[in-house]
Design a protein around this ligand. Structure first.
Ligand SMILES: [Zn+2]
Length: 259
């Protein structure tokens, strides 16, 4: 059960190949290689198999294969295969959207030996983009049964689910500053002592989620109505509906609940 991300196949690899067929942002995986004129990208070694991403053209016949979006795939596959499939989708989508130089408009070429698109005219290199986003579980009170966590419902969520606060890191900002800013912007609460918890690639479409825990310092909850529908303080024994296990938000909440 392993996934080793790589940009080129190892010379000593003689195992079988598997192909992640990427249709839109959905995937299916089998041993059928790409058609001759389709783009492929090496993903890495998964359980001793060499995995390739296949960029399936958008106008493909729907009978080509039964693809699953990455959320559905998560329910069907072990975590390391889900991460590899997420890498496949992100790299294919990056290649699709970097066919021309962002500076001079020239068609780009794959740079030899690295995961980059290179402009043959001006030399601009474009690498796959990862957008860091932080997600924070804020707690209030001393550790113990009376401690509370701040959970919020986003305005765009269809179900009455409550989760940690999240937002993208701004250019020039540290992760710790992003935690403090985002919590203040979304619910008007001041927090202190942001502490790193763990990270999770989040391929919707290209985030890296950075989980933090932080302590309440001051303020009353006042939701930014453009982002947060409702927010509140919850004890471990009185939690609302929380996110499913796929997300680092759930891992943050679970870790706090277990204490
Ligand atoms: Zn250029």
């Amino acid at each position: 059960m392993s996934f080793r991300p790589l940009n080129v196949p190892p010379v000593d690899h003689h195992g079988e190949c598997r192909y992640v067929h990427v249709i839109g942002a959905a995937v299916f995986i089998d041993d059928r290689p790409a058609e001759d004129d389709w783009s492929t990208h090496f993903i890495g070694i998964v359980d001793e198999h060499a995995w390739w991403a296949v960029d399936v053209p958008r106008d493909i016949d729907p009978s080509y294969g039964a693809a699953l979006d990455l959320r559905a795939f998560h329910a069907r596959a072990p975590e390391h295969q889900w991460l590899a499939a997420g890498r496949a989708v992100q790299i294919v989508e990056w290649a699709r959207t970097h066919r021309f130089c962002g500076r001079c408009g020239e068609p780009t070429e794959l740079a030899p030996g690295e995961r980059a698109m290179k402009c043959p005219r001006c030399g601009l290199l474009s690498f796959p983009r990862i957008s860091p986003a932080m997600i924070t579980l804020v707690t209030r009170g001393e550790p113990g049964p009376d401690q509370e966590a701040l959970l919020a419902r986003g305005v765009q969520w269809q179900v009455p689910m409550y989760s940690c606060l999240a937002g993208f890191v701004e250019p020039g900002e540290s992760l710790e500053d992003a935690v403090i800013r985002e919590v203040r912007e979304e619910v008007a609460i001041t927090v202190r002592h942001p502490k790193y918890f763990g990270s999770q690639p989040w391929p919707f479409p290209n985030s890296l989620m950075l989980g933090f825990q932080a302590e309440y310092e001051s303020g009353e909850i006042a939701c930014d109505p453009t982002e947060i529908m409702d927010a509140g303080w919850y004890r471990r024994d009185d939690l609302p509906m929380i996110p499913p296990g796929i997300s680092i938000a759930r891992k943050l909440i679970d870790a706090w609940v277990v204490g």
